[in-house]
Design a protein around this ligand. Structure first.
Ligand SMILES: [Mg+2]
Ligand SMILES: [Zn+2]
Length: 184
């Protein structure tokens, strides 16, 4: 039986930026993140990424530049033995009224449909409240990491709807815990 994980990108795999990640040059990995992905891959997890990329709607980068960023991340991850099976993103802005911009659950449904991923109980790991909310709405398990915006998200207090979320220092400590408990 396959095991599944879905990750947010900015603030989970690579450092977030208030001015958006617009090119490969701006990519800065969060320490331990790609090794965590490699360890989870080795343990049999099928891993996907779902992220808001409103920089596209804002005209800061195009889908080609985003594809190059994902290609670069794939290369770095595969170099250490990890594998991301699919990248889905919302290219829209906050006022576009789309169904995919988190906290809407559309990206998670898209992963489910395109890759035949069961959502119920599948962890979705993010650093923002909207990640936890999208997870909850889609039936995923919300997991918060304290990298990126995570410390602020946690300090602001989690609303009751996602109050049961597991909280980890970073993706590496999530992987440690997951590999212990998920070993069955
Ligand atoms: Mg994020
Ligand atoms: Zn969207």
């Amino acid at each position: 039986m396959s095991k599944f994980l879905i990750l947010d990108r900015d603030g989970v795999i690579n450092e977030d930026s208030h001015s958006f990640i617009k090119s490969v040059d701006e990519l800065q990995l969060i320490p331990g993140s790609i090794n965590a992905i490699a360890r989870l891959t080795a343990a049999g997890y099928r891993i996907f990424v779902a992220s808001n990329q409103s920089g596209i709607a804002r005209g800061l980068l195009d889908e080609y530049a985003l594809a190059k960023i994902h290609q670069r991340l794939n290369a770095m991850i595969e170099d250490v033995g990890g594998f991301i099976e699919g990248w889905v993103y919302c290219p829209h802005g906050p006022l576009d009224g789309c169904d995919c911009r988190k906290p809407k659950p559309g990206l998670l449904f898209k992963i489910s449909l395109e890759f035949d991923v069961p959502l119920i109980g599948t962890p979705y790991i993010g650093d923002s409240l909207r990640d936890l909310q999208a997870a909850k709405t889609a039936g995923c398990e919300p997991v918060l990491v304290l990298t990126g915006k995570g410390k602020r998200t946690f300090a602001d207090g989690l609303p009751a709807e996602v109050g049961e979320a597991r909280v980890y220092e970073n993706l590496a400590t999530f992987a440690d815990a997951q590999l212990l408990t998920g070993a069955v």
